[in-house]
Design a protein around this ligand. Structure first.
Ligand code: CDP
Ligand code: CDP
Length: 226
């Protein structure tokens, strides 16, 4: 019988989580859920409404006016804030460099965590983020912690930016990535950590296909034991 597992993929910025999560989801006929996009959507919404990103009560109140949703799209799924499409807007550097501030607010995490659990409840999902295996889905059947060296991750982000016509120096990208990782790993509420039962995959020397195959094999092995 086909099983509908929960697959949690966590790790630092630009480790390849969303790229491989999408491909793994496709292979198993699962739904891909990008929780980083949810934190980005809240950040965008707060900046757009001139709400201070450190004012927890104000951000939480503003979230009552925001419904985040995903719709199928090519090559990437589309992200909506209410009926406004924000797929590109939430990837802009101003949002990227402010999202860790919003993500450190306990009330914001509480609201988004509840939404994420509801989305994942039926299984058949691949969810990526920072705290999925540790906090959001502690009972997920498959937990992956995806890492790569900061230098390799900066190179990957650089190549991706060049394709989009953005030319931020490599050294600056690496510094931004390291700063965000530091903020994400040291915050008080559900910081970026490897869950004790997560499998560590170091992708530094690996191609995308190799990473996808590694994770697919872990899922198949896990399916056969339950
Ligand atoms: O794609 P990239 O690695 O740049 O980041 P992302 O996955 O889109 O996540 C953006 C930010 O959202 C992270 O740097 C975290 O601050 C926050 N985040 C989080 O706190 N918890 C999650 N489950 C997912 C993202
Ligand atoms: O979601 P996350 O921030 O962890 O990373 P991503 O946006 O999926 O991946 C960052 C970039 O690394 C993308 O352009 C991928 O194509 C690339 N990548 C790679 O070159 N080699 C891998 N093994 C994995 C990802």
């Amino acid at each position: 019988a086909k099983q509908a597992l929960q697959v949690a993929i966590d790790g630092p910025a630009s480790a390849g989580k969303s790229t491989v999560a999408k491909l793994v989801a496709k292979q198993f006929g699962y739904i891909y859920v990008d929780t980083g996009a949810m934190y980005r959507a809240v950040t965008y919404w707060a900046m757009h409404h001139q709400v201070s990103l450190t004012d927890e009560a104000a951000v939480a109140a503003l979230m009552q006016t925001l419904t985040i949703s995903f719709k199928p799209g090519e090559p990437d799924q589309l992200v909506f804030a209410n009926d406004q499409e924000i797929t590109m807007a939430i990837r802009q550097p101003d949002v990227t460099n402010n999202v860790s501030t919003i993500a450190a607010l306990p009330k914001v995490r509480e609201i988004l965590t509840e939404q994420q659990r509801r989305i994942a409840a039926a299984g058949g999902i691949v969810m990526d983020g920072r705290d999925i295996g540790s906090t959001v889905l502690p009972h997920a059947e498959v937990k992956i912690f995806l890492v790569a060296s900061a230098a390799e991750r900066a190179k990957r982000r650089y190549a991706e930016n060049i394709q989009k016509g953005i030319d931020t120096p490599l050294a600056q990208l690496q510094a931004e990535i390291e700063l965000r990782d530091h903020k994400d790993s040291t915050r008080k509420v559900s910081p970026l950590t490897q869950a004790t039962d997560a499998v560590l995959v170091d992708t530094t020397p690996m191609s995308i296909d190799q990473v996808v195959e590694t994770i697919a094999n872990i899922i198949k092995k896990q399916s056969s034991t339950i």
